[in-house]
Design a protein around this ligand. Structure first.
Ligand SMILES: *Cc1c(COP(=O)(O)O)cnc(C)c1O
Length: 361
């Protein structure tokens, strides 16, 4: 490794394949639509897509994500989870063999009116209660009939919905959403898809034909209060850096911008070469854990653009050049996220281009 990648994310592809197997075992009768939007949650979309074998489809959120996958030679079916945003993109979908969600009247009319040589595979979205995208009950039935009669649409039409509380194990909203979806299934519709990671892990009744895991594939728990290894999931990303300074620090001295932390006693501080310029959240408070030589040590002082500081303790033996783990192996991203007041999804997907992704097969 060269010196420019002192801070890098190790991406463990065998952990990814392991997680795929775990999810497949959880939902043995379902196919997997692997969600790789947002650069595969920061893990590198193309490499992740290449490593996933035997899946039903890849899910993305933007047309340019789908086009990048096609440009890199990936022939797996791709679903645009929010569909197309402009009518003039419909021909591109056909040209690159992309499947589309239809969630709104505007999309429906545009697709029916488009001049296409070949029909598209459509996933019609039912709003079962999230109230973000999708058709309500009666409009859904009407949209289904319109699409059924359109020569631009491959038959049968697949059906899709999304859960908004599946990560809350005692919240019966998910059961209500499932019941509403089941009421609206058509006798002649195609595949049904409801379950994100949380539903795949916790709500087996929702598995249906196609599960749509994102975060769990990357070995991260979708539940704030459950660990990934409770489900035998392994972290795919480990964000690593190094100590670039180890300094004795007197009682009463502050560290960093704003001087907002002052040591109560003499200690040894470590300076780690990672900061918000790499995507480590500036909002991380004092006490957020960092893994140094196998033990958790607390962040002290503010996060800078290129560095953060940890209290190594007065009797430590850590040295400049020692490895530091910010999250991943040995320190679940969910645990770090809980400290910061965010979710692990945001941590992994916000790494900046300064962080090299280093793949381990
Ligand atoms: C992002 C997304 C998913 C994956 O959600 P996870 O919580 O990461 O499993 C599934 N379905 C849709 C429609 C999505 O947008």
């Amino acid at each position: 490794m060269n010196s420019s990648s002192i801070t890098h994310a190790v991406i463990n592809l065998s952990a990814l394949r392991h997680n795929q197997k775990v999810l497949q075992k959880k939902a043995p009768n379902s196919q997997i639509l692997a969600v790789v939007k947002a650069n595969a949650y920061g893990h590198g979309m193309v490499k992740i897509a290449q490593a996933l074998k035997g899946i039903h489809a890849l899910g993305v959120a933007r047309l340019n994500e789908a086009l990048l996958l096609r440009d890199k030679g990936i022939t797996t079916p791709i679903v645009l989870l929010e569909g197309f945003f402009h009518a003039n993109d419909i021909n591109t979908l056909q040209q690159y063999n992309l499947q589309t969600v239809i969630h709104s009247q505007q999309q429906l009319e545009a697709l029916i009116e488009a001049k296409l040589d070949k029909p598209l595979q459509v996933w019609l979205k039912l709003d079962t209660g999230m109230h973000r995208l999708g058709f309500h009950g009666e409009q859904f039935d009407c949209a289904y009939q319109r699409l059924k009669q359109s020569k631009n649409v491959i038959q049968p039409i697949h059906l899709i919905t999304h859960f908004h509380c599946a990560d809350e194990l005692d919240n019966n909203i998910t059961s209500k959403q499932l019941a509403f979806f089941t009421e609206h299934i058509k006798t002649d519709s195609g595949l049904n898809s409801l379950a994100n990671s949380a539903a795949t892990l916790a709500w087996p009744a929702t598995h249906a034909d196609v599960i749509r895991p994102g975060i769990a594939l990357y070995g991260i728990s979708p539940f704030a209060d459950k660990r990934a290894d409770d489900f035998n999931l392994q972290p795919v990303m480990t964000l690593k850096s190094q100590l670039i300074a180890v300094r004795t620090h007197q009682a009463g001295e502050s560290v960093g911008y704003g001087a907002n932390w002052t040591s109560k006693k003499e200690t040894i501080l470590g300076v780690v070469a990672v900061g918000y310029g790499d995507g480590y959240p500036r909002m991380a408070p004092e006490g957020t854990p960092v893994l140094v030589n196998g033990r958790l040590v607390p962040i002290v002082g503010r996060i800078s653009m290129d560095m953060l500081t940890v209290d190594l303790g007065s009797d430590c033996h850590d040295q400049v050049g020692d490895d530091v783990t910010l999250w991943g192996d040995g320190l679940p991203a969910t645990q770090v996220a809980n400290h910061i007041g965010t979710i692990a999804y945001e941590l992994v997907s916000k790494l900046t281009s300064r962080v090299a992704l280093q793949y381990v097969p």
